[in-house]
Design a protein. Structure first.
Lengths: 128, 950
């Protein structure tokens, strides 16, 4: 069982990273979502796996799983939702503003190879 | 007065002029003066103890783990330098009050000056080399501010930048050198290091530490080849030049060489590095100074030359030479500060400091001329003045030191340099003050107010007194300082005007005669000089810096081409490399924990999850499809939580899943539905390799953890949940009680996220993109039935039920799975479904809820619950449980944490709705369809009659 969970975390991470490296914002958002799953499950697994031992105190339960990772992950799930929402909206806004959903923006997407932005640095002020 | 206070006073005082400038220039100067005076008196109060041979320590541990302690100590050397800094500081403060014009911001000048003064005092009193380095850098920074004080002058800005680059760069080398030194000695405390001379000199790292520290000292003290910044720093106002660039800051390098003299000196490396550099600098400075027409330029190169002289003396490595060096520091500080102030007076009164336009000033400004000529004569090394004494000592030491087997070499070069030294001093006297008065000065010169000539006059009095009665006036002090420098050796010498006919006297006579000849035939000498090559240090420096900037730019732009994909790939690769390094250096065996057996149902779930992962990678270009598959992943994760005893997580995950998918669908409405295929095969391969490596790494880490046993601190939570938190659902009790402060922070983050979404979308509609949206055409066919009847009826019927479920989940949350987070999400889903089923406009007209207000109220409710505990005297967020006996219902527990959870609930509802409702609002903004008056487009009860009419 532990192997299944560990490999599932690995699979989620791999898929998330691959999507994260795509060039379009929506894929990146999906990648972030997958990575959030992977992270949450990974954190959750720090409490080790236990079946039929929910951390709810009762008279007939003898064993409880570790509640602390669960508490941490619960808020993490909600926060990752908040973060995903912000990223989605940023993707939407940037698409509507620039008419391109390439992560590097309009001009770069069309040019293919982006131009380096050269910032002139003033060395001598002799001319002033 | 405590040493700490002496160091702190200038820093505290730096606030005064900045605040007092509105009270006027005099108040400002007085504040600065009094601060410095207090520090000076404090310093002097230690003098009796010092002359009794004591060393005063003060300090406390700051970062003992790093060996960084705020330790100060005061011995002869520190006392001497601190007295110079504060004493000359007092004179400069008076002088500057009269020198600066009405238009100059005097408040900031004095503030910078005090800042510099504090940093300098800090350097000379530090007993910890790390602390010393901090003050060292502070002097570089404050001198940058002072040199660039006249911000409107390009020379000032360039000079300031050059000084900062050179001294700051030297400072960096010095940091490295000091760290090595501390490493060898095993402590960063100077008093410890000073006891470790043998150990340090025999260490294999000695040479490296020495070179690095010397680079710092040489750059600060303007030694060749770093000397060029000092003449360019002359763009500073003259009080600054007099203070920083003759008396104090440039002597910081000398101070450090003196401070570390017992540890570093005495080796061949030290001798050849330091003495040779000093000799070269002395010669170079003296020769160039003769041909400078700018008075301050002349003085700057002369300063370079004298600093070289002292460096050379320290480099000889003998106690007697070091004593001569110390004495010359004192003498140079007196006559050179006086000369700088003198040059400032001339500039101020005559309107120029170009030697070629001056002359004959003796007749017009007799006081100034007398002071200037006396100080310059001391600089030339004429008898009865203090410059003569230390120069004699220098020549004596040079004559008795052998360089590279050549006994005559040092003596010859030193004499040669002394000739030029005499020549430029005579030029200062002859070409400025002597000769006939002219009538073409830019201003008509006359003696300045007393405040301006009194400070140099006091120094000139010292010059003469020390010159005539050296042993009475300075003997005790020089002896005290030399003992501190040389580590306590008592020398058999005394300062005296007349030592009999010695070789040194002969060299002095030669120098004076040759100098006189040089100045008499100045015109011819100058032509010879002009014919020769003149490498311009500034041009070389500019070339070097612009080359460095070009290199850095090339490197940066080569690496940063603007592609976020590339950056991300690089970062991931870096993580992987670091992770792999750790992996390599540890054991790889799996742990030995008892594992759970895989059940068939788990295997099915695993297959579904992994299949979904693969599918989403393969189909990510079909965005809708990919989104659905991600939903499958979320579902599997939720089921996994159920299976592994985490019902709260499962509930949260599944409701978040719903909300996330709705959110993405709303966004996808406007985004392209498909991604183009644009990555090359190579790129896909690279990303695939990175992704698989990352997956293996994370999966492997999870496997390693899961197969090992662990200790947890959760036992406490499990035991205390019921008695302490009043609930049986431990996860919820942790969230709202034990770790309530974390949760409080998290709901605030969630609220901020929702507000930023609102800001992004609200701004969108006001922007140009918002106007473009007005003419947006849906890229997909719209359903003819905008608001399907089934959906509308079902959601409206379900709304009360769904809300009831939400309340139920909320109330039970403290004892069984549920709670504010989950309830909030459930309620939000129930509400958002109304928007979906009946249209945004229709639903919005009926749900006039202020979601911003909801978020804010939630945070306030949670905060108020926490503060409630404060009111009754418990720490923030302490919870309590009330018990009630209600008729019929029976006993009831209400935990105060319930109110906190209410806050959580409100924030989650508010934040989720704020995000979703605003996305829907964008949709409505774009589609500009009429708001339906009915909940559904086709009302069955109406349609019958409509049909009948047809």
């Amino acid at each position: 069982m532990e192997f299944l969970l560990a490999s599932a975390v690995g699979g989620l991470t791999a898929a998330g990273v691959y999507l994260l490296l795509r060039a379009r914002t929506f894929s990146v958002v999906l990648g972030v979502a997958l990575l959030s799953y992977a992270t949450n499950v990974f954190l959750f697994a720090m409490g080790r796996l236990a079946a039929n031992a929910p951390p709810v105190i009762s008279d007939h339960a003898t064993v409880y799983t570790d509640p602390l990772p669960q508490a941490l992950v619960l808020t993490a799930i909600v926060i990752s939702f908040g973060m995903t929402a912000v990223v989605v909206v940023m993707a939407l806004r940037s698409y509507l503003e620039s008419d391109s959903d390439h992560i590097d923006g309009t001009g770069l997407a069309q040019a293919g190879q982006p131009e380096p932005v050269v910032v002139p640095v003033e060395v001598s002020e002799g001319g002033r | 007065m405590s040493l700490l206070l002496i160091v702190l006073l200038p820093f505290l005082g730096a606030l005064l002029p900045a605040l007092m400038i509105r009270a006027g220039r005099n108040a400002c100067a007085t504040g600065t003066f009094v601060t410095t005076l207090l520090a000076f008196i404090g310093l002097m109060s230690h003098a009796p103890a010092l002359f009794r041979g004591e060393v005063i320590h003060a300090g406390w541990d700051w970062l003992p783990g790093l060996g960084l302690n705020v330790n100060f100590f005061l011995d002869g050397l520190g006392f001497f330098f601190a007295a110079l800094i504060l004493g000359i500081g007092l004179l400069i403060i008076v002088y500057a009050r009269y020198y600066l014009s009405k238009d100059d911001p005097m408040g900031s000048f004095y503030a910078y000056l005090l800042l510099f003064q504090g940093a300098m005092v800090g350097i000379v009193l530090s007993d910890n080399i790390l602390l010393l380095l901090i003050f060292w850098e502070l002097t570089s920074l404050s001198s940058f501010l002072l040199i660039g004080y006249w911000k409107h002058l390009p020379e000032g800005r360039q000079g300031a930048r050059m000084a900062l680059t050179v001294t700051g760069g030297g400072g960096l080398a010095m940091i490295a050198g000091m760290l090595i030194l501390g490493n060898i000695a095993g402590s960063y405390d100077l008093s410890v290091i000073l006891q470790q001379g043998e150990l340090i000199r025999s260490s294999p790292d000695y040479l490296l530490a020495l070179v690095l520290i010397l680079v710092g000292c040489f750059s600060k003290s303007a030694q060749f080849p770093f000397h060029f910044w000092l003449p360019h720093a002359m763009a500073a106002p003259t009080p600054v030049s007099a203070y920083l660039h003759s008396a104090t800051m440039v002597k910081a390098g000398l101070f450090l060489m003196a401070r570390l003299w017992p540890v570093l000196a005495g080796t061949d490396e030290w001798f050849y590095l330091v003495a040779t550099t000093g000799l070269l600098t002395m010669l170079l400075g003296a020769v160039v100074a003769l041909f400078k027409d700018d008075l301050k330029g002349l003085l700057a190169y002369s300063t370079v030359s004298h600093l070289g002289l002292v460096t050379m003396l320290f480099g000889f490595g003998t106690p007697m030479a070091a004593t001569a060096g110390v004495f010359h520091i004192l003498n140079h500080a007196t006559f050179k500060a006086a000369l700088f102030m003198n040059a400032g007076i001339i500039d101020h009164e005559a309107g120029t400091r170009d030697v070629r336009r001056l002359g004959g000033l003796m007749h017009l400004m007799p006081v100034t001329a007398t002071l200037g000529m006396l100080a310059a004569a001391s600089m030339a090394g004429l008898p009865l003045l203090n410059g003569f004494l230390s120069k004699e000592m220098m020549l004596h030491e040079a004559a008795n030191t052998t360089w590279g087997g050549q006994a005559w070499l040092l003596a010859a070069v030193a004499t040669f340099a002394a000739c030029f030294s005499v020549a430029y001093s005579f030029r200062f006297i002859a070409h400025v003050f002597m000769g006939p008065a002219r009538n073409d000065y830019p201003h008509h010169p006359h003696d300045p107010p007393v405040g301006m000539w009194l400070p140099p006059a006091l120094l000139v009095v010292l010059v003469v007194l020390i010159g005539i009665f050296p042993d009475t006036t300075a003997g005790a002090l020089v002896a005290l300082v030399s003992r501190a420098v040389t580590g306590g050796e008592v020398l058999d010498y005394h300062l005296a005007l007349w030592h009999g006919v010695t070789p040194a006297l002969g060299m002095s006579v030669i120098a004076v005669l040759a100098g006189t000849v040089l100045i008499r035939s100045y015109g011819r000498v100058r032509r010879v000089w002009l014919a020769g090559p003149h490498p311009e240090a500034k041009r070389i420096f500019d070339g070097l810096t612009s080359g460095a900037v070009k290199l850095a730019q090339g490197f940066t732009h080569g690496l940063h081409n603007g592609s976020l994909q590339r950056y991300l790939a690089c970062m991931l690769a870096a993580f992987l490399v670091v992770g792999y390094a750790v992996f390599e250096s540890s054991s790889h065996a799996a742990g030995t924990r008892m594992l759970l057996a895989a059940t068939p149902i788990a295997i099915v779930g695993w297959i579904l999850l992994m299949g979904a992962c693969i599918a989403v990678v393969l189909m990510h270009r079909q965005r809708l499809l990919a989104l659905v598959v991600v939903g499958v992943v979320g579902l599997m994760v939720s089921i996994g939580f159920v299976y592994f005893s985490a019902p709260d997580l499962a509930l949260t995950q599944i409701s978040v899943e719903v909300v996330t998918v709705i959110l993405m669908l709303l966004a996808l409405n406007f985004l392209p539905k498909q991604s183009p295929r644009e990555s090359s095969t190579g790129r896909r391969l690279r990303d695939g390799v990175l992704a698989v490596a990352a997956g293996l790494g994370v999966g492997g880490a999870a496997w390693a953890v899961l197969t090992r046993d662990f200790e947890t601190l959760s036992g406490y939570y499990l035991e205390q949940a019921v008695p302490g938190g009043g609930g049986t659902n431990v996860v919820n009790v942790i969230l709202v009680d034990f770790r309530g402060f974390d949760t409080f922070g998290e709901i605030i983050v969630l609220g901020i996220a929702a507000l930023s979404i609102f800001a992004l979308l609200d701004g969108l509609m006001a922007s140009a993109a918002g106007r473009r949206l007005q003419s947006w055409e849906p890229d997909q066919a719209r359903a003819a039935d905008r608001h399907p009847m089934m959906l509308a009826v079902a959601t409206r019927a379900m709304l009360p039920l769904a809300l009831m479920v939400g309340v139920y989940i909320f109330l039970r949350g403290h004892n069984v799975p549920g709670g504010g987070f989950i309830a909030g999400l459930v309620v939000a889903v129930a509400l958002i479904v109304q928007y979906m089923a009946s249209g945004f406009g229709w639903a919005a007209q009926r749900m006039k809820m202020d979601y911003h207000g909801l978020v804010g109220t939630g945070v306030l409710v949670a905060a108020a619950t926490g503060l409630g505990a404060l009111v009754v005297g418990y720490p923030f967020l302490t919870s309590t449980v009330w018990h009630f006996d209600l008729p019929l219902i029976g006993e009831l527990h209400i935990a105060s944490a319930m109110f906190f959870d209410t806050g959580v609930f409100l924030v989650v509802v508010g934040a989720t709705m704020l995000a979703l409702a605003n996305l829907s609002r964008v949709g409505r903004h774009a589609e500009h369809l009429l708001v339906n008056r009915e909940p559904m487009d086709v009302d069955p009860s109406h349609s019958l009659t409509v049909a009948g009419e047809h």
